[in-house]
Design a protein around this ligand. Structure first.
Ligand code: ADP
Ligand code: MG
Ligand code: ZN
Length: 708
């Protein structure tokens, strides 16, 4: 029965245990021989919907894809999993193409990726050689529509191509675009026959959305990256100049960054993109020119240094994070200048008046996103016309209370009156100079020290005054003009505040203790993956996804059977890389044992349990002295995980440990709730239902504390 077979394929080739939402249904429809239309968000797993049937069906599957740069990637990925696939596009020379066509004649491939420009020449080859095509998959199907965001004229030939085939195969169209007009267009222009449409919704559970207004962006970005320990991320800025500025700032700090915008030479762009794909650099600073065709799965965060022009653009760019389904962050840094930049783009465009009005409406909705206090995920989904039934998602800055309201009425009044006394003729830095009572030449020369608000805020930190002034701009109390020398002006809102003595609140990001993502074994495995990637000239994520390395470093499999249970490990990948990764894991566990032996001063003959007992007593002693887990781990040369386990061993033995230290504030009830729903026998499913910051230690602590 093909249903059991499809699960086997999923496990053995792809290394996954279950289908994602929509995949099973779509595959079933394809297997019934019907036409199929899949609308899934980026990263939803559309490729699997034709790759699995390709293996189940007789003959070959043709995949039409517009992204030449991705074909090699996809084919490498498949070959690496032990699936025979090939591609034909303009990057190959004639000899290579002939070779591959020979392979196609000999029915050597289960999947054949084709650029749409190749359809004409391919159709005669298929006919002449009587090649059995059982499925045609059209990826990025919105490219056929002029209404989509990426129209490709050559996609218009697809229908003709299909109709010429001796036997019409079943057809599958895939896209992430779901507007009604594009959908109808695709069905018509590809000639889909009564397709069943599978729409899984736009929600991307693994993405955490955050909006911060009036931050000092440079500082935010540097702090953020410093805490991220070489994770991959994209920083989008709205102008080339700004990308250059951020790029230079990162390079100066020794951060491995790249830059990408349309003003750079073709080969530089290509090199930057490749460096990013191959993990040679961690951070890409880019304009919106970067993205189409980026299939890198392990992008852990996307920061927008500026607000984009509308939510479609934002969701698409932010959505490049977390394609592998792992928790990832999408952060928008909003400054009020962003609105004027976007207004300027619209105003100076050649759009018709109607279209301009439309663009202004879209911009309005984007700005509202930056100010809304409701769930950000709900806001986005409802914007796209999708119902989101939950009131909060627990995975955005509004639901997670990442931001707090802070009253700054007094400070705001001082700033407003200073702007007023300066007759609204100076920019932020002069206003702050005056408030701080600066004695700099300019201030003295202009006699600004004679102004009544001079030195009014001399006891405040300069950075702080700047920061709240920015926030007052972001929240519409002040505006900065759009001139060459922008000056601060009061808005009606500020005047009302001064008159009516209304309180002023601004939103302030709660500074949480950022947990540095660090894990000894994970780092080792990443390095191993990198060196294999260089040997084979394959991007690292094709070898194993980050999520697979994370699981490997958490579960530390010791043999083939355990290794094959890890998500993303199929038989072919195990055969290729299993040994080397196993070796590294075993070495790591042994190395750590050796260290703990040394600190025990215990002779080799001592029994296993005795060593452990001694070891955790030593941890306990340090713990009692008030050292943190991190400090103990450093001190003892062990991993934090090991130290945590020691502490829990102590709890089991009845020693006094304050378990609350392990449980993040406010999270205890949430953890208990999940446990009461699904039991406490397995930690992983519990963790999966909780916010990212809840780690295994927290869950274990709750279980111990409540004797579950
Ligand atoms: P899309 O084309 O819809 O943007 P992809 O087909 O590229 O998404 O898949 C995104 C990621 O999800 C890939 O890394 C893929 O391996 C992974 N994936 C797909 N299906 C599953 C599944 N059933 N279980 C786990 N991971 C999956
Ligand atoms: Mg895809
Ligand atoms: Zn939310």
């Amino acid at each position: 029965m093909w249903k059991d077979e499809s699960l086997k394929i999923l496990k053995n080739y792809f290394g996954y245990d279950s289908f994602r939402k929509g995949q099973k249904e779509a595959i079933e429809n394809i297997m019934l021989g019907k036409d199929t239309f899949i609308i899934m968000p980026t990263g939803g797993g559309k490729s699997l919907c034709y790759q699995v049937p390709a293996l189940l069906l007789e003959g070959a599957t043709l995949v039409i894809s517009p992204l030449i740069s991705l074909m090699k990637d996809q084919v490498d990925t498949l070959n690496n999993m032990g699936i025979s696939a090939t591609y034909i596009n303009s990057t190959l020379n004639n000899i290579e193409i002939d070779e591959r066509i020979n392979g196609i004649r000999n029915n050597q491939y289960k999947l054949i990726y084709l650029a749409p420009e190749r359809l004409d020449s391919m159709s005669s080859i298929l006919k002449m050689n009587n090649i059995n095509i059982s499925l045609i998959a059209i990826d990025e199907a919105h490219c056929v529509s002029k209404w989509g965001h990426d129209f490709r004229p050559s996609y218009r030939n697809v229908q003709g191509f299909i109709n010429q085939l001796v036997q019409r195969p079943r057809v599958l169209a895939c896209t992430a675009t779901a507007t009604e007009i594009v959908k109808e267009d695709i069905i018509k222009l590809l000639g889909l026959k009564a397709p069943n449409v599978f729409f899984t919704g736009f929600n991307r559970e693994n993405l955490n959305f955050k909006v911060f207004r009036g931050e000092n962006n440079d500082k935010f970005i540097l702090d953020y990256i410093a805490a991220k320990n070489e994770e991959n991320g994209i920083i989008y800025a709205s102008t080339r100049r700004e990308t250059e500025h951020i790029y230079n700032m990162l390079c100066k700090k020794g951060i491995k960054a790249g830059i990408y915008h349309a003003g750079l030479e073709e080969d530089i762009r290509k090199e930057m993109q490749e460096n990013f794909m191959y993990d040679n650099i961690n951070i890409m600073v880019a304009t919106n020119a970067f993205g189409m065709g980026i299939d890198k799965s392990n992008v852990r965060f996307v920061i927008h240094n500026n607000m984009p022009k509308n939510l479609e653009a934002y969701y698409q760019e932010a959505g490049r994070a977390g394609r592998d389904g792992e928790p990832s962050e999408c952060i928008l840094l909003f400054n009020s200048g962003d609105v004027s930049t976007q207004r300027y783009f619209i105003e100076s465009s050649t759009l018709s008046p109607d279209k301009k009005t439309q663009e202004y409406d879209n911009l309005r909705a984007m700005v509202d996103y930056c100010y809304t206090s409701k769930c950000l995920r709900k806001y986005i989904l409802e914007y796209f016309g999708e119902e989101y039934l939950k009131k909060s998602c627990d995975n955005c800055s509004n639901c997670n209370n990442d931001i707090e309201e802070k009253e700054i009425t007094l400070e705001a009044q001082m700033i407003f009156s200073c702007v007023y006394r300066l007759k609204e003729r100076y920019g932020i830095s002069t206003v702050v100079d005056v408030l701080k009572g600066s004695k700099n030449q300019r201030v003295l020369k202009l006699s600004l020290d004679k102004i009544s608000t001079y030195a009014l805020m001399k006891d405040y930190d300069r950075k702080y005054v700047e920061e709240i002034t920015n926030k007052l701009v972001a929240d519409g109390y002040l505006i900065t003009t759009n001139d060459e020398y922008p000056v601060l002006k009061l808005t009606l809102k500020a005047v009302n505040t001064l008159k009516n003595k209304e309180k002023v609140y601004v939103s302030v990001r709660k500074v949480k203790q950022v947990q540095k993502t660090e894990d000894g074994l994970f780092t080792i495995l990443k390095a191993l993956r990198k060196s294999i990637s260089e040997e084979l000239n394959l991007p690292p994520y094709i070898i194993f996804h980050d999520s697979t390395l994370k699981e490997l470093s958490t579960y530390m499999p010791k043999n083939e059977e355990e290794f094959l249970n890890i998500k993303g490990v199929g038989e072919s990948k195990f055969a290729k890389y299993g040994e080397r990764f196993l070796e590294a894991i075993i070495k790591y566990t042994e190395d750590n044992e050796i260290k703990s032996n040394l600190s025990d001063y215990s002779p080799k003959e001592q029994g296993e349990t005795k060593k452990k007992i001694k070891s955790y007593y030593e941890t306990y002693e340090l713990y009692k002295k008030g050292l943190s887990i991190e400090e103990i781990a450093k001190f003892r040369g062990l991993t934090e995980l090991t130290i945590q386990n020691h502490i829990f061993d102590c709890v089991l033995e009845g020693l006094d440990v304050n378990l609350d230290d392990f449980i993040p504030e406010y999270m205890e009830d949430k953890i208990l709730e999940v446990i009461s729903n699904i039991g406490a026998s397995k930690l992983k499913p519990i963790k999966e239902q909780l916010p990212e910051e809840v780690d295994y230690a927290a869950i274990k602590a709750v279980i111990c504390k409540h004797n579950l």
